[in-house]
Every structure is written in C-alpha cells, then in structure tokens.
Design a protein. Sequence first.
Length: 203
Amino acid sequence: MLEAVDLECVRGDRPLFSRLSFSLKPGELMHVTGVNGSGKTTLLRTLCGLTRAHAGEIRWLGNAIHKLGDDYRAQLAYIGHANGIQGDLTPVENLHVATSLSGDADHARIGTTLERLGLAAYHHFPSKILSQGQKRRLALARLLVEHKPLWILDEPLSGLDVDSVALMTNILIEHLSQGGMIVITSHQEIDVDTKSILHIRVT
Ligand SMILES: Nc1ncnc2c1ncn2[C@@H]1O[C@H](COP(=O)(O)OP(=O)(O)OP(=O)(O)O)[C@@H](O)[C@H]1O
C-alpha cells in the first residue's frame, strides 16, 4: 500500500498543496487532476522520491520511502512527460536499455509487447522515425516488460489516438486486476471501474 500523510509541497517560494493525505491499495487507481501549474507533476515526482516534500511523509507498506531508498524505487515504474527514447536505437533496443536496470524485467516479452502496441512493423527502424503518438506508446511499453506493482504515470494518454487510449485503458485495467496500483494524471476521464478509482485534485 502507498500512503501519503499530511504532505506539503513548495516550489520556489510558492506553496502548491498542503495537508494532503491518501492511501492507495492494491487494485486501485488514483486519478490526480488540477489546472496547469497546480502541482500534479510535483506530486507524482514527490511520490517517486525524486522531489522532496516540504513536510509530511510518504509510506510504502508502512515504511517511509526515504528510509527504503532503492528498495522502494525498485517497486515502481515512473513515466513522466518526457518519453526518454533514444532516437538512434530501435524500439527493441530502447526497451532493453529502459529496463536494463530492472532485475525483474522480462525481455522475452519485448516482441509481443511491441506487437500489442502496434509497433511491430518498426522493429528494425531507429526510433526517431516514430510519430509522437508512437513514441508515447513505446515509452509506455516499458510497463509491460517490467513487473512493477506501482505505476506512476504523468499524462500517459497525451498524444494518443482513440484506439490507443482504449488499448492503454485496457492495460491499466489489467494491471489493477492483477493487484497493481496506479497514480495517474490525465486531463481526460479514465474509463476504469468506479470502485477502483480514487480522485484527488490539487489546487
Ligand atoms: N524546479 C522548479 N523551481 C521552481 N518552481 C517550479 C519548479 N518546477 C515546477 N515549478 C513550479 O511549480 C508549479 C507546479 O508545477 P507542476 O509541473 O507540478 O504543475 P502541473 O500541475 O503538473 O502542471 P501541468 O498541468 O501544466 O503539467 C508551477 O507553477 C511551476 O512553475
């Protein structure tokens, strides 16, 4: 379980949010919403341990994440605004590189994952020739190659066409049905079972 207790974040000298508390259990998705600049990315980066909270604590399975360090980071996959794709490498090579530090990555799944995400035809091409939406799909493919219980996703649906949004939604639902947890920002609705969705708005 992921918990935030009385979290407060400040950027520069501007307070973004304070006294933010929630808990996210296996099989649950938290949809973070808010206007541009309200602090959604800051919240996600703080939950990953990449940005320090001004006050409060984040806990994973009851332990403060700053004490768990790498043991916590090994449990999560973070996909931010940037796709983190190396243009001269093929999609397969990119997935190898992106998941190389994951002890539990299943490289045998790379082929079927690229097929599922509609990228099989680009197997041998450098990734720089992919369109923006295809690059986003390649970035998201990492989720299916690694086996991380916690996905923290910043606008994963941005730039995706209608079919790709539906595909990605199915992937999110599958992860939840396997006991995974998801924290996600999106300016669009996420079509998952309302019983497993928590809404949080930063203002
Ligand atoms: N390194 C930084 N130093 C100072 N201020 C920052 C820094 N990073 C972000 N900010 C400020 O913090 C605020 C929140 O930024 P953040 O990226 O978390 O917002 P957001 O809700 O994700 O926005 P968007 O919907 O536009 O992606 C913004 O006003 C931004 O200018």
